[in-house]
Design a protein around this ligand. Structure first.
Ligand SMILES: Nc1ncnc2c1ncn2[C@@H]1O[C@H](COP(=O)(O)OP(=O)(O)O)[C@@H](O)[C@H]1O
Ligand SMILES: [Mg+2]
Length: 290
């Protein structure tokens, strides 16, 4: 049996090179306040992978995606082991575009900070009088460039995204920049509207796109998971203050109350967190996790 080693190990995901395809594995690691906790959240990886799978299927009429299969039977033998079952996605290898496509439907986080200073977010002027976590009149596209490891991603405006893409893909900057912006807004609208009917507010999210072997723009990476998005419970939503995170609220609250814990959480908090991930999955997809 051929052994595989990850070509990339992120905080939460591992990526394996399989020739023409990649295998992206979501682990059960969980981070909070940018630190990886000592605990594993059993089944979190499966929830995340299956959630991406759901959204890729749900949006394939808008833009095609990199998903080939989430069935380990379609993958090399090495992946037919319990630790890969359900949490692995075989994907088409893309030439990734160096832009993080962020879309915000609500004003929160760094956007709220910036708005309080000058009523703009990433150079986009917003109406006066917004309260924290208010819904925006229209979702806004606020791209950033992927920073080198260690640096913070840099916010850019749409014009700058054309420039960045033009540099790497001469003659295609405007075409790609427009395609990823328009897809980002269309995807967010369709999915956030749907999530709302299921009791979840998707406040903002990040997509990544790449080019397939025919030079077509395709969506890659993960899609609309709690790791790439802000999910808020619709129940209890109220503007004027920060909202609880759908998935990580128990973890964050406990860490704040126990600053000396060294990121080792009681099982009770982990169990409650697993339950939230499963709840999000079931609400969004309308079915139980297999
Ligand atoms: N289909 C794909 N083909 C090639 N690279 C991809 C594809 N989908 C996602 N990627 C890339 O895989 C990497 C995933 O790594 P990740 O764990 O998210 O860490 P980071 O975002 O910090 O680079 C990202 O660089 C992403 O752009
Ligand atoms: Mg990433």
């Amino acid at each position: 049996m051929k052994e595989f080693k990850p070509v990339k190990e992120g905080k939460v995901r591992e990526i394996y090179d399989n020739g023409d395809s990649l295998i992206m594995v979501a682990t059960d690691r969980i981070s909070a306040f940018d630190v990886i906790l000592k605990n594993k959240v059993v089944k979190k990886g499966t929830v995340l992978t299956q959630m991406s799978r759901f959204w890729f299927d749900y949006t394939k009429d808008i833009v095609s995606n990199h998903m080939i299969s989430v069935d380990v039977k379609d993958m090399p033998e090495f992946f037919r082991q319990p630790q890969f079952d359900g949490n692995s996605m075989m994907c088409r290898k893309l030439t990734m575009l160096p832009i993080e496509c962020i879309v915000r439907g609500y004003i929160t986080g760094s956007g709220w900070k910036s708005y309080q200073e000058n009523e703009t977010v990433c150079g986009i002027r917003l109406p006066a009088g917004l309260k924290e976590c208010d819904k925006l009149p229209e979702p806004i596209y606020t791209p950033s460039t992927k920073a080198e490891i260690g640096d913070h991603d840099e916010n850019i405006n749409f014009e700058k995204s054309i420039e960045v893409l033009e540099k790497q893909f001469p003659g295609h900057g405007e075409e790609y920049a427009t395609a990823i912006r328009d897809n980002t807004i269309a995807l967010y609208k369709k999915c956030a509207d749907y999530a709302l009917t299921r009791g979840i507010i998707i406040a903002d999210t990040k997509f990544e796109f790449g080019l397939d072997e025919n030079g077509r723009v395709v969506i890659g990476d993960e899609m609309l998971t709690p790791d790439s998005s802000r999910f808020w419970p619709l129940e209890g939503y109220e503007h004027g203050h920060d909202q609880p995170s759908f998935d990580k609220q128990f973890v964050r609250n406990w860490l704040k109350a126990n600053p000396d814990s060294d990121y080792n959480l009681p099982q009770e908090i982990i169990d409650k967190t697993i339950a939230k991930y499963l709840e999000a999955y079931e609400l969004l997809t309308g079915s139980k996790l297999q």
